[in-house]
Write a protein that binds this ligand. Structure first.
Ligand code: SF4
Length: 330
């Protein structure tokens, strides 16, 4: 591992000064992704600023009845917090589907969103990767790309975002609270995580030196039927080949509210706006759900090895939506 300066500041302002927005600086919280990438030589910071003890670590109500989850809240703590569980099942289910119990004890809410792709070529410094080294090429395009994107990819990068939590947060209309030199701002999750486009080296819209300080859930997502389901190669400790998070309510036998997001298909959670629009006001019958989800997935452009993901995602989404509507058995 490349030698680096380790700094443990006393407060967030001091941390921002130590980081300085320099490309060679990195913030450290749970460390479950950054430290692995440093060992692999993928991340090579000169200065590591430890903010694990400085990040907000509370779950608190907001003035409008929503919930603010501090960026330092550990995944294991959030999964078992009263705001998750029965009050917001998709949140707890997504957290518990991620990683292992040991990692969930260390990993933080903010770090979960900021974790980097698990594309094998990104993690192998001997391979071409535009995300790791802009302009070097993308070994995955003509390589083994079974686990890569089918939606929203670019000729420069076909990676997927690995987070389960982010998929649930997308369906739950969460916002990301970002703190920087100009103060605090909130960004919808879908505006925080990026598609690769011309700049796959940028995973988020964070500015230099900015920090994720919290995730904010709106009041309307609590006590509403929601769910998260994930398909992977083995039963635990594996990233999603495809996943689906949904919120769904019915009134008089018709869908009165729906939100659907896919994971494992794109560089960020894929919010299924086309399907949502088609489903509003419809009966939640299986054929109706299937037609709407198929309309969303028309945009898919599978790679050589991953056409199976389109059908897998469709079946997951129909299953999740149907169970929430009560039109498919639990
Ligand atoms: Fe790198 Fe993206 Fe290509 Fe993977 S898919 S090798 S992360 S550029």
């Amino acid at each position: 591992m490349k030698p680096f300066h380790y700094v443990r500041p006393a407060g967030l302002a001091e941390a921002a000064g130590a980081h300085g927005g320099r490309p060679g600086s990195a913030y450290l919280a749970g460390g479950t992704n950054l430290v692995d990438l440093m060992k692999l030589g993928v991340e090579r910071p000169d200065t590591v600023v430890d903010i694990a003890r400085l990040l907000p670590a509370d779950v608190e109500a907001t003035a409008d009845g929503g919930v603010r989850v501090g960026a330092g809240v550990r995944n294991a703590d959030l999964a078992t917090h009263p705001v998750a569980g029965a009050r917001c099942p998709a949140l707890a289910q997504a957290l518990l589907a991620g990683a292992s119990a040991q990692l969930r004890n260390a990993a933080t809410t903010g770090g979960n969103l900021l974790q980097r792709t698990r594309c094998g070529y990104f993690q192998d410094v001997s391979k071409a990767c535009n995300k790791r080294e802009p302009g070097s090429g993308c070994a995955a395009l003509d390589g083994v790309n079974r686990e890569h994107a089918v939606l929203g990819h670019s000729p420069l990068c076909v990676a997927t975002h690995p987070s389960d939590l982010a998929v649930a947060l997308s369906a739950l209309d969460a916002e990301v609270e970002v703190t920087g030199a100009d103060g605090v701002r909130r960004v919808p999750l879908d505006g925080f995580l990026r598609l690769p486009g011309e700049h796959p080296e940028r995973d988020t819209t964070l500015g230099h030196g900015e920090l994720v300080t919290a995730v904010v859930l709106p009041p309307g997502v609590f006590g509403v039927p929601s769910a998260y389901r994930k398909a992977r190669d083995r039963a635990s400790y594996a990233f999603a080949l495809a996943s689906a998070a949904a919120v769904l309510e019915t009134r008089d036998g018709r869908i009165s509210r729906v939100a659907l997001a896919f994971g494992g298909l794109a560089h960020r959670p894929w919010r299924a706006r086309v399907a949502e629009e088609r489903l509003l006001g419809e009966r939640p019958a299986e054929d109706v759900l299937r037609t709407a989800v198929d309309a969303e997935l028309q945009a898919a452009r599978p790679l050589r090895d991953n056409a199976f993901k389109v059908r897998l995602a469709r079946n997951l989404a129909v299953d999740v939506l149907g169970r929430l509507a009560g039109s498919l058995p639990d």
